[in-house]
Design a protein around this ligand. Sequence first.
Ligand SMILES: O=C(O)CCC(=O)C1=CC=C[C@@H](O)[C@@H]1C(=O)O
Ligand SMILES: [Mg+2]
Length: 371
Amino acid sequence: MKIKKIILRHMKLDLLHPFTTSFGTEYDREFILLEAISEDGISGWAESVAMLDPLYNEETLKTNWHILEDYLIPIVLNNEINHPDEISEKYFSHIRGNYMAKAAIEGAIWDLYAKQENISLSTALGGTKKEIEVGVSIGIQDSIDSTINIIENRLAEGYKRFKLKIKPGWDLELIDKVRKVYPTIPLMADANSAYTLSDMDQLIALDDYNLMMIEQPLAYNDIIDHADLQERMKTPICLDESIHSLEDARKAIKLGSCKIINIKIGRVGGLTQSRKIHDLCQENGIPLWCGGMLESGIGRAHNIAITSLPNFILPGDTAASALYWAEDIIEPEVTVENGMITVPTKPGIGYDPHIQNIEKYTISTKVYNKN
Ligand SMILES: O=C(O)CCC(=O)C1=CC=C[C@@H](O)[C@@H]1C(=O)O
Ligand SMILES: [Mg+2]
C-alpha cells in the first residue's frame, strides 16, 4: 500500500456538557484529525486523542503535530506499507513514546487497508462480536443529586455500566449515596491518579460498595504501588494511564498490579499494539474494556472495531455521539440502542466522514504530499 498524501486537520468541537475529572475540566475538544490517501485515491481516517494540555499524559495536540510532521508522516510517505501490522514495530519502534501520534497515523492506515481489502476494520482486526455493550463515563458534577440524575437518564437509555470520576473529597459520600439509590447497578470509579498509598484506608473503604473496579487510583506511571494496593483491596484495580505498552501490561500482570485493563488505542500506540495487549490479557485471564478520550465519531468508530475482539468482556466508554456533540463529524452518528452498538460491516471503520461538518469544525489544515 502506497500513501500519496496525508492531511492533518486541527479540529475543535464544543462538548455539550463540560467534563470534569480529578485533573481538570474540558469544555471543548481540540484534536488532530488525520486522513491518509492511497495512490488509488482511497481515504483512511483516524484521530489523535492527545489533549490540548499534558494533564492526562505527556502528549498534547502540538507535540503530536510535531512528531507527525517531522517524523511519522515522512516515514509513511516514503515507504511501501505491506500490512498495517508493520507500522508500529518495523517503522515506528525507533521513535520513543509519542504513542498517540503513532496511533493516529497507524489507525488511518488500518482503515485504508480494510477498505482496500473490502472488509470491516473489526474483521481486519479479528473481531468476533456483531454488537458491543457500552457504558458511560460521568464526570465530577456540582452535586451528588446531579450525578444521580445523570445515572437515571443513562439507565433509561439502557447503558450497561456507570463510571464515576472520583477524587479525594468526592468519593465515599458520592458512592455511598449512589449505592443507596442504585444498590445493584454495575458501578465503577475512575480516580485518574488522584490518590497515593497514604490514602489506603480511604480506598479500602470503597470495598464496601461492590464496585466493578476502581480505575487508576495511584500515579499515572506506577505499577509497583498498585500491586501493594491490590493486595489490600477486594475491589479489582483497573489500570488506564499506567499501561502504555505490551511490556507495561506484562509487568502489571506479573506483579498483580491490576485485575482489569482499560485499552485506549491512542495510549498504547495503535491498533496492532492494542491487539497484542488483548491477546496477552486473554492468555492471562485479564478482562478488558475500551476506554474513551472524548473522541469524535472517527475515534469512536475505531473504538467500536477494537471492542469487537473477544476479550473486551466489560462494557466500555464508547457512548453515543449525542452525549458529547451537537453534531458529529461522521455519518451516521454513533447511536446506542439499549446499551448496545451494532458493529458496522461496511469496509473500513464503517462510518463515513461528514465532510461538511469536518470543514465546519476545522481550525487549520496542512497537506503533506509524497515527494
Ligand atoms: O470518552 C469518554 O466518555 C471517557 C472520558 C474519560 O473518562 C476520560 C477522558 C480523557 C481522559 C480521562 O479524563 C478520562 C479517562 O481516564 O478515561
Ligand atoms: Mg481512566
